[in-house]
Design a protein around this ligand. Structure first.
Ligand SMILES: Cc1ncc(COP(=O)(O)O)c(C=O)c1O
Length: 418
């Protein structure tokens, strides 16, 4: 007899399996040629490496015996200070942020888990705008925390509505979790909207978690002014938990470094969580990165400018029948031209037949059983991560999508989607 003789976790069983491997499975069956290579716009991955100065520094710190031991559970003090200084360059010099407000984590996914474990227990609820970043929904489900969907719509630029959110708050609500610039839609929430959510969270005594993994991709203006304005009779510390990732703007996803910024009473709880989950965040990357942070600003800015220009190119080369519903950060969320066909079928065919790997909107939404019947954006939209590829690949993408239309209509009408 095969298989284990013990039960597996019911909360993990209740969690959807990681969706990205399915997209790579589709990609694996594409027959690539030198003339028609795969164009991978699926997982949000920076298309370039970090600067040589950083790579060399990582080489040195990785081979240093000094980096082999455990470090502080909330990160190296100089790295926390370097992040604070960087945040002042992003949010304004008057931003009220101190190194003791920061905990460094093994990536931003870990920061999200640490944040929700710090504020919520099994049976509590967290409100997530839909479409959601699937790892947020999966993490909450695994922890037994209820996920309350706050539907957003293409017609409103996928911006969540504050009064709709207010109507979802109950005695079980512990947090509202926003992502801006958003994954998957790319929508950038205006500072006034983020402020309105902070005021709502403040008035209802719940936390506002804002995952700003893609904040450096905002090329004009500050992401929001919460760090230097008052909130109720206090500061952002009463309500906000800010999350950040070094994976995207510093092109370091494999080195696993993220951050959580919150009031010290929250971080005290978070330290307990982090001591168990990570003991300490990876040390070689922190030791390499902190002295270089100020010198990397031009790299971060030029990468962001290049991605913004790639978004414009994407807009120009996209065949007219595909309609961009929202765009920003790493992503474009695009309505496909096959009404009545699920985005999952469209993404699958794009990958297997055309070598264009995307993620369907359905990966970012509740499954059919618990979905609102009038919420069709997930079925109609496909996410393209335009940050992954070069301008030349975006041009090739435009040509392939132009081919797709006629052929795909025939394939879909024949019912053959294998
Ligand atoms: C919104 C958001 N948060 C967090 C992450 C993960 O970041 P990290 O690599 O730092 O764990 C991603 C990655 O795609 C993301 O899109």
């Amino acid at each position: 007899m095969s298989g284990v003789r013990f039960l597996l976790s019911s909360t993990v069983k209740a969690t959807a399996p990681p969706p990205i491997p399915l997209a790579y499975q589709w990609a694996a069956s594409y027959v690539r040629t030198p003339e028609r290579p795969l164009i991978d716009l699926s997982q949000g991955v920076p298309g370039i490496s970090p600067p040589d100065t950083l790579l060399e520094a990582i080489g040195k710190t990785s081979s240093s015996p000094a980096a082999c031991g455990y470090g502080p559970m909330n990160g190296e003090a100089p790295m926390r200070l370097a992040l604070v200084n960087e945040m002042k360059s992003v949010y304004g010099e008057d931003a009220d942020i101190k190194p003791q407000d920061v905990a460094l984590t093994s990536g931003c996914n870990m920061a999200f888990i640490a944040a929700v474990m710090s504020v919520a227990s099994a049976g509590d609820e967290v409100i997530l705008p839909v479409p959601w970043y699937f790892n947020h929904q999966m993490s909450l489900t695994m922890l037994g925390i209820g996920v309350v969907p706050l539907y957003t719509h293409s017609t409103r630029g996928f911006r969540p509505n504050v009064s709709e959110c207010a109507s979802l708050i109950t005695s079980k609500t512990r947090a509202i979790a926003l992502v801006t610039p958003n994954n998957p839609t790319g929508a950038v929430y205006p500072p006034e909207l983020i402020k309105a959510f902070a005021e709502l969270a403040y008035s209802k005594n719940v936390a506002l978690i804002v995952d700003e993994t893609y904040r450096d991709l905002i090329v004009e203006g500050q992401p929001h002014d919460l760090f230097h304005s008052s909130l109720g009779d206090g500061t952002w510390r009463s309500t906000l938990i800010h999350l950040f990732s070094f994976s995207k703007s510093y092109c370091l996803p494999g080195h696993r470094l993220g951050a959580m910024v919150a009031d010290s009473s929250v971080l005290q709880q978070t330290n307990t969580v982090l001591d168990c989950l990570q003991i300490c965040p990876p040390r070689p990357i922190q030791l390499a990165l902190h002295p270089l942070m100020p010198t990397l600003r031009p790299f971060v800015q030029s990468t962001s400018a290049a991605i913004a220009s790639r978004h414009r190119l994407f807009h120009r080369v996209l065949p007219q029948s595909w309609s961009i519903k929202s765009q920003g950060g790493f992503f474009a969320f695009v309505r496909h031209p096959f009404p009545g066909t699920s985005s999952e079928i469209v993404s699958k065919i794009l990958a297997t037949r055309y070598g264009v790997v995307t993620l369907p909107g359905t990966f970012f939404a509740p499954t059919a059983g618990d979905k609102k019947t009038d919420w069709s954006d997930a079925e109609e939209c496909v996410r393209f991560s335009v940050a992954n590829v070069t301008d030349e690949q975006v041009i090739q993408l435009g040509l392939r999508l132009a081919e797709v239309e006629e052929e795909l209509s025939t394939v879909l009408s024949s019912g053959c989607t294998e």
